[in-house]
Design a binder for this molecule. Structure first.
Ligand SMILES: [Zn+2]
Length: 165
């Protein structure tokens, strides 16, 4: 993705109030990110661990969504869970159910979209081999990194469509 500023981020949010957007904590040192290695900027709120955020280019603009981390999926050490964006498999705790309130009327009626995501939201790094999941979470080695990136972007795009659609 292209590099973004704090202002870009704060004005990109589509599913939370202006007040929430103003108060949310940005990731530390995000301006130093290697943007070319990111399909989206995702982070957990350093001041509120149950909140997470994701900012991505979508439909010709920058779209930010606020997520609620609703479960840590602690089903024992041996259980594995898969991120629905990057399809990286993690051992317990590496994947969490995150829920985004939908925009518009659907959101006002309480509708939300849930996805299992890497708890650190570092999907972009996993698919590029720049970060490894704990416990050898490698799967689908038949795909090249470029193919994994394309698949992650497609999954992300359909997730965002469901939130803003
Ligand atoms: Zn992921």
């Amino acid at each position: 993705m292209r590099s973004v500023t704090e202002r870009d981020i704060r004005t990109s949010f589509v599913n939370c109030s202006k007040g929430e957007t103003k108060r949310l904590n940005l990731p530390r040192d995000f301006t130093d990110s290697s943007w070319e290695d990111l399909d989206f900027l995702g982070w957990r709120d350093p001041g509120a661990p149950e909140r997470a955020y994701l900012v991505a280019e979508h439909g010709g603009g920058l779209v930010g969504i606020a997520l609620r981390v609703t479960s840590g999926a602690s089903r024992g050490f041996t259980s594995r869970s898969m991120c629905s964006l990057c399809l990286t498999t993690h051992t317990s705790g590496g994947v969490a159910l995150m829920t985004a309130r939908r925009t518009g009327e659907a959101g006002r009626q309480g509708n939300s979209v849930g996805q299992y995501l890497c708890t650190d939201l570092d999907c972009s790094l996993y698919v590029r081999g720049k970060k490894e999941a704990a416990g050898d979470g490698v799967v689908d080695e038949s795909l090249t990194p470029a193919e994994k990136v394309a698949r992650t972007r497609a999954n992300l795009s359909s997730f965002l469509d469901r939130v803003v659609g």
